[in-house]
Design a protein around this ligand. Sequence first.
Ligand code: 5AD
Ligand code: SF4
Length: 477
Amino acid sequence: MFDLVTTKEHDESRQGEAFAPFEKDPNTYRKRFFIESYGCAMNFSDSEIVASILNGAGFGATRDAEAADLVLLNTCSIREKAEQTVRKRLTEFKKMKRRNPGLLVGVLGCMAERLKSKLLEEEKLVDLVVGPDAYRTLPNLIEEAETGQKAVNVLLSRDETYADISPVRLDSNGVTAFVSIMRGCNNMCSFCVVPFTRGRERSRDAASIVRECRELFEQGFKEVTLLGQNVDSYYFVSDADPRPVSFAMLLVMVAEISPLLRVRFSTSHPKDITDDVLHAINSHENICRYIHLPVQSGSTRILQLMNRTYTREWYKAKVDRIREIIPDCGISSDIIAGFCTESDADHQDTLEIMSYSRYDMSYMFFYSERPGTLAHRRYEDDIPESVKKRRLQEIVALQGKLSAMSNNGDVGKVFKVLIEGDSKKSGTDWKGRNSQNKMVVFPKEHGNYAIGDYAWVKITGHTQATLIGTAIGEPLN
Ligand code: 5AD
Ligand code: SF4
């Protein structure tokens, strides 16, 4: 209940989502695959690459696991709970496999990478274990598994970016898409399993990123989110041109495809986001004024144990700088309660930095020790669960107040909203996001709008997580 994974990175409503078959696909397939994804946006984006590779190997997608020849789970290891969810799901597939012994079951992603062939011993029904850098080998691994052998490839790569593979947008709203710009992570945050499951940082060819974004725009998409574990350390040098492309430059290159294509990005590490990036955001109206800037803790001592490489003062100065250069910028955060040795005073520091930063929203977790991480090796997970939960509850309550304050401040303002579809609650309302990444809901009756249009919306009120408004003026296409 307290592990609030309601994020865009960890979008709760998408966890365990299965892909629909490719729309208007003229091909017929000999076999069908079913893929379910967990974890961050990166994993969902990877599933689109996997779908493309499988498609090339003659597999069509199905949303019905019972109708599949191959069932894949693209998994997450970030917290213990994420792994438990997958284990539970595997027991359900066990029954399916009993009914259909020819069915192949594969585990992809971070859990595959973390546990490697141990997964085969622990989960007897698993036939394939494939890490995040080995998806190109899936067709061969499947052939191997079809002969009755267990197939494993968990090799991490220094250069794999899947740059040349066109992801299949299987379950898209046709308006917003994720584009992976880098893989891996070189930061060694002591709580985090990612450096072990996704390997070294590598940036994707800038030209291939711009090409993919342009193709998306030509297909009618209006927003791309540039994805990476640490997008601000994006750095690419091509053989043809010795001038390196920085993240700030990449943002501008993508923004210049069209003023009608919005550009977002996630995730930033506070230590790497530069003034250049902040100025780049300001330079183009279609680069969204929203930065996800995970603080993790407000205590300098805990930040040091977490190996975050900044102090609370340094982080606050970064928030000041963002507000100075981009006064209307939305800021959100990730916060961990109850990290090793955290005292009540440390916890108070976290509450204080939240108030100082005035986050529009946060993704809040209690600490979950992950095997193999620096924290697991070096520190004792010594905060009792009851204390972790109490602190998390206080963090959640404070964030509720900060979000309400932020939303109150928006009443009376007019925002440009990109319409993503019908509101969840009512078919007579549109939903979309403003530049600051806040969800805005407004009645369809004022104006003649369609999905993918931009609308000017005057905010009249809000709920906890949504702004409510009225469209003014005409659609902007
Ligand atoms: N326990 C709890 N939360 C964690 N995160 C990463 N590792 C852990 C862990 N071991 C959180 C961080 C990170 C977000 C994606 O997940 O806040 O930014
Ligand atoms: Fe994404 Fe990290 Fe989970 Fe892997 S462990 S899926 S990188 S959040």
